[in-house]
Design a protein around this ligand. Sequence first.
Ligand SMILES: [Ca+2]
Length: 158
Amino acid sequence: MADDKYSQRVRGKMANCKTSNENFQNVALGKVSRQSSTKGPLHAKHAVDGLTNTFQHTKKEQNPYWWVDLGNIYNIMRIEVINRNRRGNRLHDLDIAVGNHLGDMSVFAHYTGPATDNEHLVFHRSLYTDGRYVKLTITQGPAILHVSEVIVVAYPVC
Ligand SMILES: [Ca+2]
């Protein structure tokens, strides 16, 4: 999924800016990401590396968060979260927010949980949502946020 052919195909389609269904892609893959804190080497980028056996990991804190900058505004159709394969029940009371600026985010979905190990969560709304940033926050704490992958299925706004 993270191979070069895949990335090239995505870039080519973005350049054309078509809007047919076949253009829906994971636009979070390899994009810039950050998190509220980092435990050891488990950086934010591991949630958008296309690998389900790697994960990001914050420290234990109030309202731990993670975000990705998609680089452009996209029509977001669906956001998927693949949970870590251990301690999956730490994923709970999760806000998934979308916005054009980190200072102006709206809740896309809320997940009460708790999740299970490796659970594949899928969130979508009835209308596409425009946004450049996607942010995950555990709204209770102290808590730890660690997920294996965040997938944002979208197409570019032309
Ligand atoms: Ca990963």
